[in-house]
Design a protein around this ligand. Structure first.
Ligand SMILES: C/C(=C\Cc1cc(O)c2ccccc2c1O)CCC[C@H](C)CCC[C@H](C)CCCC(C)C
Ligand code: SAM
Length: 256
């Protein structure tokens, strides 16, 4: 449950207006957040990244090494952007699973699938569940992506360990997310863009608090080096983090 945080500074006079600060700390909070933003998520991503996020997602899928006929998994699939790219890459002989714990995001994903005439998307299966407890046997997949998901998972170590477990030996996970830069200037510009463009635009949709979460979630995320270390800790044999999108985004490529 989102917690209501009363600020003493807001107590004044016979009535007071509590300062509402949405605290997004547990899975249920995050699940509710992504259910709430689902109806506008895709459009705001296109608007706020000037469509660039589609390029970053194509890069992530390309780095996964997925090929024709493969069995692939998109963890934290949301509205399915990466799942659809996976589906196109593995083709009708392959299988693509889109996995998420948000019912509303999965509803958007399956609706988008129905609206697309391309028969290749018939190779997609949508599944609801938690990234920290993947319902698949060991060594099930030839490639895995997790796009803008790991930062939002409460137990990132468990999620990465689960991804390693379900990947076939020698196969790749591609982890796309915001970049927690070690360059103070890059961090300042990234935060200024979120504060002065992203959040004001989102507030026009009544989602100010939800998009304010972006900044704190990036601050609490792992740097590229820390992501590489995490991957090796959970059992990947190699891990490399690349900064993309003018340093605002990053992609970890790890091989099991
Ligand atoms: C696809 C993108 C973000 C997905 C996303 C991830 C989250 O964890 C969220 C959490 C809460 C609300 C929304 C999201 C969410 O949408 C990346 C692009 C969309 C971003 C919202 C825009 C970020 C702007 C960058 C800071 C600067 C972009 C520069 C570009 C070259 C114009
Ligand atoms: C920012 S969206 C990313 C969606 C999509 N991958 C994309 O790139 O646009 C993050 C997604 O992660 C999902 N998510 C967060 N924590 C999760 C968890 N523990 N298990 C499953 N899904 C989770 C949310 O429901 C949401 O759909």
């Amino acid at each position: 449950m989102a917690s209501l945080h009363m600020s003493l500074s807001s107590l004044s006079g016979p009535t007071f207006r509590p300062t509402r600060k949405l605290i997004i700390q547990c899975s249920a909070d995050r699940q509710a957040l992504f259910n709430r933003i689902a109806p506008v998520y895709d459009n705001l991503n296109d608007l706020l990244s000037l469509g660039q996020h589609r390029i970053w997602k194509r890069m992530a899928v390309s780095w996964s090494g997925a090929k024709e006929g493969d069995n692939v998994l998109d963890v934290c699939c949301g509205s399915g952007d990466l799942t659809f790219l996976f589906s196109e890459r593995v083709g009708p002989r392959g299988k693509a699973v889109g996995f998420d714990f948000s019912k509303e995001q999965l509803l958007i994903a399956s609706t988008r699938q129905k609206l697309r005439s391309n028969t290749c998307y018939k190779n997609i299966k949508w599944m609801e569940g938690n990234a920290c407890d993947l319902p698949f046997p060991d060594s099930s997949f030839d490639a895995v992506t997790i796009g803008y998901g790991l930062r939002n998972v409460v137990d990132r170590h468990k999620a990465m360990a689960e991804i390693c477990r379900v990947l076939k030996p020698g196969s790749t996970v591609s982890v796309l997310d915001f970049n927690k830069s070690i360059n103070p200037l890059s961090t300042t510009i990234q935060e200024m863009m979120i504060d002065n463009i992203v959040v004001p635009v989102a507030s026009g949709y009544g989602l100010e608090d939800e998009y304010k979460y972006l900044k704190s979630s990036i601050k609490d995320f792992l740097t590229g080096n820390e992501l590489e270390k995490l991957a090796l800790e959970v059992g990947f044999s190699t891990a490399k983090h690349f900064e993309i999108g003018f340093g605002f985004m990053g992609n970890l490529v790890a091989i099991r």
